[in-house]
Design a protein around this ligand. Structure first.
Ligand code: ADP
Length: 263
């Protein structure tokens, strides 16, 4: 397990690209729609609440949803020294393909272009000195994971899944993919793990529950915690207010506090 970074240690220049960051964490999943981007953004916001300097990179180039979840828009400017100025949420730099394409435009790229864009996002963006860079990975395939692992040493990856058997099977593939490219696994997060009915107070396991914990044990990786289906979180994401909710709603952010402490 990677411990909270030492704030007194100066950030190392990582890899060839010279990113100044103490700890780079990839958030991945086996399939789309399991809440990977929500977890990546909320983890970044939570670490920032804890006083860390955090950057958020949306590497889900085919379906960039970070700008929408955080209500961010605009085009990154190019500075005089030819660096990319990231879009900022307060003091948190955020980079996403979503800032470079029209919202309803599809990205159709071949491998080498993807590789180039990821390296550019990492190396040419003015991230400043970071404690953490959280990377929202595209679901499934290993292309971008391979590019990342070649570009810089990652502290580790967090794999998000839902408790359903199909999602778990895909999560196992994601874990094996990270292992193949030598990115350490920090652990698994179970999203949509039960629904707490706000009216009757009963918990309903809509997609089942506990599957990720069992799978994590089987695979010998850590289980970092689960988050329930939360209407507040869903609305916040739809309305681009995820940061407001994480910053103001103690109940909604509780699961992320626990996850942030273990990365
Ligand atoms: P992915 O990145 O895996 O495709 P997203 O994070 O974009 O998934 O989430 C997909 C949708 O599900 C979004 O609308 C998001 O707001 C919603 N969502 C994610 N996690 C939860 C949760 N725990 N409770 C309610 N809605 C959620």
């Amino acid at each position: 397990q990677i411990k909270i970074v030492d704030h007194k240690r100066p950030p190392a220049r990582l890899g060839q690209i010279g990113l100044r960051c103490k700890s780079v964490i990839a958030v991945g999943s086996g399939k789309g729609g399991v809440g990977k981007s929500t977890v990546a953004a909320s983890l970044a916001l939570t670490l920032r609440r804890m006083g860390c300097k955090v950057g958020l990179m949306d590497a889900d180039v085919y379906g960039p949803s970070i700008p929408h979840l955080l209500g961010l828009s605009g085009r990154p400017a190019i500075t005089e020294s030819k660096r990319i100025e990231p879009i900022k949420l307060g003091d948190m730099p955020v980079m996403s393909m979503g800032f470079l394409i029209e919202p309803d435009q599809a990205v159709i790229w071949r491998g080498p272009m993807l590789h180039g864009s990821i390296n550019q996002f990492l190396g040419e963006t003015d991230w400043g000195d970071l404690d953490y860079l959280i990377i929202d990975m595209p679901p499934g395939t290993g292309d971008i994971a391979l590019t990342l692992s070649q570009a810089l040493p990652l502290a580790g990856s967090v794999v998000v899944c839902t408790p359903q058997e199909v999602a778990l099977l895909d999560a196992v593939k994601a874990i094996s993919m990270f292992r193949k490219v030598n990115i350490p696994i920090l652990g698994m997060v179970e999203n949509m793990s039960g629904f707490l009915c706000p009216d009757c107070g009963k918990t309903y396991d809509i997609f089942g529950s506990g599957g990720a914990r069992t799978k994590a044990e089987e695979l010998g990786v850590a289980y970092l915690g689960g988050l329930p289906i939360d209407i507040t979180l869903r609305k916040a994401g739809d309305e681009g207010r995820l940061a407001d909710v994480i910053n103001s709603d103690e109940k909604a952010r509780a699961p992320f506090d626990a996850i942030a402490k273990s990365v």
